[in-house]
Design a protein around this ligand. Structure first.
Ligand SMILES: NC(=O)c1ccc[n+]([C@@H]2O[C@H](COP(=O)([O-])OP(=O)(O)OC[C@H]3O[C@@H](n4cnc5c(N)ncnc54)[C@H](O)[C@@H]3O)[C@@H](O)[C@H]2O)c1
Ligand SMILES: CC(C)CCC[C@@H](C)[C@H]1CC[C@H]2[C@@H]3[C@H](O)C=C4C[C@@H](O)CC[C@]4(C)[C@H]3CC[C@]12C
Length: 368
């Protein structure tokens, strides 16, 4: 690949390419990977915006498919040079069964690895999550840690468990011989809480705030730091890793990297106010307005109601014991591993990330 540097010769496959992160990865590849010949976008649900991409210089191939179906994955992977595997079931609210989460996140990832091995695709980038590390349900803080910081990772919830299992599969597959005899080179990116254009939860908070008279009520102490990273920078990191894996396979193969940028360290709610404030909302209270024991009780009540109502309807509110533990436990990263290993620098400054997100909330928020 390296010799014919700028020729348009590469075929990339992005699984989950129509999701929140996947869409940004697709757009970033089209803008920033000059060697791209074909971009395959594989997703369970194809988005209409894909049609607009089909008129550009790069061949964009939309593939409606399911990562749990090995034959569909293999057909999509065949002939691709690089796979960026972002498809996943992101569910910390109890919307899907444990089995479904495992099928998509673990078996789906295994299918992607097997397809690479069988078809001879050598480079696999996996979107993991900060949650393979933490926060754990014991509430231990991870304060500005890096990839080597010791931490007791205890996974009680199906989503982080599935991401941790899938990440292990990907890392263990590094070095396996693919069809043709060359080694597979894999690595895993671990974003913290991603924000930016397309982030559904921020939109939900915005609408909740509008319903409450342009107010939100503080529930988490301002001192609890929650790591966040802008979607454009996460996408950029994926593109860079995919590009550099071939040149630095010894160094990068089998590695994990937190996704980071210059977004400030704040509590989950204070961080959201960086966007919701300029959209007219205010956060009431300098301290939590509800005592913590009451939040714990309400979260447990929600879990009980979810279980009781399951035969009749899906009750999946934002607050449950797991999301409360996540929001209420400090988890922030401070690392330069990606910069050292493959020269990553955030493409978007904090100011830019913030204003892009505000603009998006303003334009799409009121339309809901
Ligand atoms: N959103 C975050 O804050 C965050 C943080 C860390 C890691 N991640 C990881 O990033 C990845 C993308 O997350 P996201 O926030 O964009 O989620 P998303 O739900 O917006 O996107 C996931 C995409 O995967 C697709 N998908 C789901 N099941 C599939 C299947 N069986 N076959 C094919 N496609 C399927 C969905 O249709 C969707 O387009 C996930 O792997 C997630 O675990 C997300
Ligand atoms: C006390 C409650 C009212 C506040 C509820 C907030 C809750 C919905 C938020 C808090 C933290 C959020 C998660 C965090 O940003 C990181 C990730 C990692 C990623 O892999 C998937 C998304 C997820 C779990 C965020 C989901 C929403 C959470 C739990």
């Amino acid at each position: 690949m390296a010799d014919t540097a700028q020729a348009q010769e590469l075929v990339y496959l992005v699984t989950g390419g129509c999701g929140f992160l996947g869409e940004h990865v697709v757009q970033m590849l089209l803008q920033r990977e000059p060697r791209l010949r074909e971009l395959r976008v594989f997703d369970l649900h194809l988005s209409p915006w894909l049609e607009e991409l089909k008129t550009g210089p790069v061949q964009v191939t939309a593939i409606q498919g399911d990562v749990t179906q090995a034959h569909e994955v293999e057909a999509a992977v065949a002939g691709a040079h690089v796979v960026i595997h972002t498809a996943g079931l992101v569910d910390v609210f109890g919307r899907s069964s444990t089995k479904t989460i495992y099928d998509v996140n673990v078996q789906g990832t295994q299918n992607v690895i097997d397809a690479c091995v069988q078809t001879g695709t050598r480079f696999l980038v996996y979107t993991s999550s900060m949650e393979v590390v933490g926060p754990n349900t014991r509430g231990h803080p991870f304060y500005r840690g890096n990839e080597d910081t010791p931490y007791e990772a205890v996974h009680s919830h199906p989503y982080p468990r599935s991401k941790a299992l899938a990440e292990r599969l990907v890392l263990e597959a590094n070095g396996r011989k693919v069809h043709g005899g060359l080694p597979l080179v894999t690595c895993a990116l671990r974003p913290t809480g991603i924000y930016g254009e397309g982030h559904q939860i921020i939109r939900d908070f915005y609408h909740q705030g509008l319903r409450l008279g342009c107010r939100l009520f503080r529930t988490i102490p301002a001192s609890v730091e929650h790591g966040r990273v802008y979607v454009g920078n996460v996408a950029w990191m994926h593109v860079l890793v995919a590009r550099e894996l071939e040149k630095r396979e010894e160094l990068m193969g089998g590695q994990t990297y937190f996704c980071y940028d210059n977004s400030p360290y704040k509590s989950y709610e204070d961080f959201n106010m960086e966007f919701l404030g300029p959209c007219g909302l205010r956060l009431v209270g300098t301290r939590p307005l509800v005592p913590y024991w009451l939040l714990v009780f309400l979260a447990a009540l929600n879990a009980l109601l979810q279980w009781l109502l399951r035969p009749l309807l899906l009750y999946a509110p934002l607050l449950n014991p797991y999301t409360l533990a996540m929001a209420n436990t400090t988890f922030t990263v401070s690392t330069d591993k990606a910069q050292r290993h493959f020269g990553y620098e955030p493409l978007f400054s904090w100011e830019d990330s913030r204003s892009r997100t505000i603009r998006w909330v303003q334009t799409t928020g009121s339309a809901q």
